[in-house]
Structures are given as C-alpha cells and as structure tokens.
Design a binder for this molecule. Structure first.
Ligand SMILES: [Zn+2]
Length: 373
C-alpha cells in the first residue's frame, strides 16, 4: 500500500484532471518511479490519505515526521512542532497556521479523526511545503518587477479623512520602484501617475513582460479599529475561501504559479510584519481578478487601513511609506534569491531523501509555471 499511498498524495497535489495528456503520461511515469523508490525507503503507513467530506487529508504526525520536526513550545494556545529555526503552530478546528509566528490561512481547517490531527492534502502541497522549502520552488531568472498601484483616476479606492487609497498606493509604488532599480531590477509600473486602468489592462502588462513577477499594491478599509497588513494569493484549484466563496474548477492561469505565489507572498509579508510591527492579518487566499488570469507569480499586498486613525496617518507619511517600500524590496530580493535554480545548495530536511523527492515532484506548478515564462 505504500506505493499507492505515495502516488495518491502526489496525485492530490497535482490536479491530474487538469493536465494535458502527454504531461499526464509523464507524471504517471514519475509517480511509478517515486513509488518504487518510496518502497525502499519509507516505512509502511506513510502518507495515508483520508477522504472526509470530499476533501483529502493526511496525518499531521506524518507531516512532522517528514520534516524531522519534534514537539516544542510555541505560540500560546497552539500545538507547535519544529526543527532548528523553524516552528510551525496550529490549532484543531482552525484555519490559522503559523510558521515562525507569521500567519497563514489554510484552505481547510485542521480536523481531528481517531485521535489524530489531519491537515488537507491541498494545504500540505500548496502551502506548507512551498513555505517550508522555498528553495524547491524555481521561478527561473526573474529580472523584472511589475508594480501595480491599485485604483487611480476616478477610482479612489478606500477613502477616509486620514488617507486616500489611490494616493498611498501610488506613493508606495514609486518608492518601491526606486529601491528595486537600485537593487538591479527592471521595473514596469502599471501606472506611475494618477490615472485609471482596468484590472484586465494591469494583468495584460504583466503577461506581456518576460521574466517578471507582479505585485499589486493596495490599502484597506474597515471599521476604525481594524488595522494591519494582509497579503493575498490565488486560492488553489477546487477550494473556497472567505474571498473566493465558489469552488472554481476551471483552469485559472494563476494557479500554474501556486508555489511561486505563496513563496513570494511569504517573503514580502514576513519582511513587512517584522519591520513595521503592524498587526499580522495573514497570508490569505482569494480569487481577485488580477490574480486569476495572470501568467506570472503574483500577489496582492494590503499595506494597512486608511480608515484607522493611527494607521491611516502612518500610511500617508513619507517615513512609513519608505519603510514599507524597503520591506517590499527586501522581500522581492529574498524571493528571487531563494527561488533561483540552485538545487545543489538545497539541504533536504526530510528523514528520507526518496520521500522528500516524492513530495516535491508533486508540485506540477513548478514545471507548468516554468513553461509559461
Ligand atoms: Zn484597493
């Protein structure tokens, strides 16, 4: 059963039904090879898959074993495991998931089943592993950043007496541009002045720019108490989220870059939370227009609330904008250096190299993504 279970996990990670025939045949061959390797190296029972309510899950104890994690003290009220400088924390029945105290929102809650905690296979393959092992995500040679200050012209975005979103987005974008150019990147702005362009036009600019990533810059609105930074990536195929309520099953170009998207979000979001000390609202899933049809790694960053008296004043100040711009630039530098083709420098963290390879090769976005560049 080990072979089947290993293959099954890979199948879940890969969205086989969406693949073209030659690719499917190729994947099948790879799965058979991996399954035979796993038979040699893996103990029986690894990666048993539980189908519950139409969702496939794996045991968290298998996840911890895979990464060589042991139980440790971590976030208050959470179950925490880790190794070295990595600590992962979560809670049963919740979708919050923390890596080194940075918050992510899972596509499905962690559930209990027969004295075991289970995490969905889609979260394992689309969130947990790309975040814990970003070096396995290969983005190719990124030379260019498309910066997309949201709204503009007649569309002011969120407005309060403290700040106007379209102005904050543009000011932040222009500052990020200067820093990225100083770091050696080419930068394309979807707008560098106060004018309107459609969401489709913004995506088209990224899709015709080679070797680029796409960072859409926004600021939030809410009640006067709401504050903090949140970063959105495209919801995985077949899942829902508070911002993507329908379970979309058609091909979305943005899902070809699932691993790149979450790795890019992690790099920018974690730098921003760490340096600004803003409330961490998490890396969340959504199906916003600019994330769906894009063929490049893409995120939508919300730098704070214009409606919060303190934060609204901060995000319209040059000093804070400069700090946030530096965080975004540093995150992009980190992302591009983490995801360059540097396989040889990768140190495997799993307890078995065959199994580590098995899980990784389930990331068809790695291969599909690279073909679209
Ligand atoms: Zn906005």
């Amino acid at each position: 059963m080990v072979e089947w279970r290993t293959a099954h996990l890979i199948a879940n990670a890969v969205d086989i039904k969406r693949m073209k025939k030659p690719l499917r045949a190729c994947l099948f061959a790879v799965m058979l090879l991996i399954a035979s390797m796993a038979k040699l190296h893996a103990a029986p029972g690894k990666w048993e898959v539980f189908s519950i309510g139409g969702v496939d899950y794996v045991r968290l104890e298998d996840v911890w074993r895979f990464y060589g994690f042991t139980k440790r003290d971590g976030r208050t009220g959470c179950i925490s495991y880790g190794a070295g400088d990595r600590t992962v924390s979560l809670r049963p029945s919740r979708q919050d998931f923390y890596v080194n105290n940075y918050r992510y929102i899972l596509s499905y809650p962690v559930i209990s089943n027969d004295n075991s905690l289970l995490i969905s296979a889609i979260d394992m393959s689309k969130l947990v592993d790309p975040v814990l092992r970003p070096r396995l995500t290969k983005s190719g040679n990124i030379t260019t950043v498309v910066l997309d200050p949201g709204h503009g012209g007649h569309d002011a975005g969120a407005v309060s007496r403290y700040a106007r979103e379209k102005d904050c987005n543009l000011a932040l974008g222009l500052k990020v541009r200067r820093k990225l150019e100083a770091a050696g990147f080419k930068v394309v702005m979807t707008r560098d002045k106060d004018f309107f362009l459609t969401l489709g036009e913004r995506v088209a600019i990224a899709n015709r720019t080679p070797n680029c990533i796409f960072v859409s810059l926004h600021h939030n609105s809410g009640g006067s108490a709401a504050s903090g930074i949140e970063t959105f990536t495209l919801a995985p195929h077949g899942t829902t989220s508070p911002f993507a309520r329908t379970r979309r099953t058609e091909d979305l170009a943005g899902n070809n870059q699932d691993s790149e998207n979450i790795a890019l979000a992690t790099a920018i979001h974690s730098h921003s939370i760490k340096k600004t000390g803003a409330i961490d609202r998490g890396i969340q899933r959504a199906r916003f227009s600019v994330l769906c049809t894009i063929k490049r790694p893409a995120i939508l960053f919300e730098g704070g609330f214009v409606t919060n008296p303190q934060e609204g004043s901060k995000i319209s100040s040059e000093r804070y904008q400069d700090m946030l711009a530096q965080c975004i630039c540093d995150g992009i530098v980190r992302y591009t250096s983490n995801t360059k083709n540097r396989r040889s420098s990768y140190r495997q963290t799993g307890s078995g190299s065959a199994r580590a390879g098995a899980l990784h090769s389930g990331y068809i976005p790695h291969t599909r993504g690279s073909s679209s560049h």
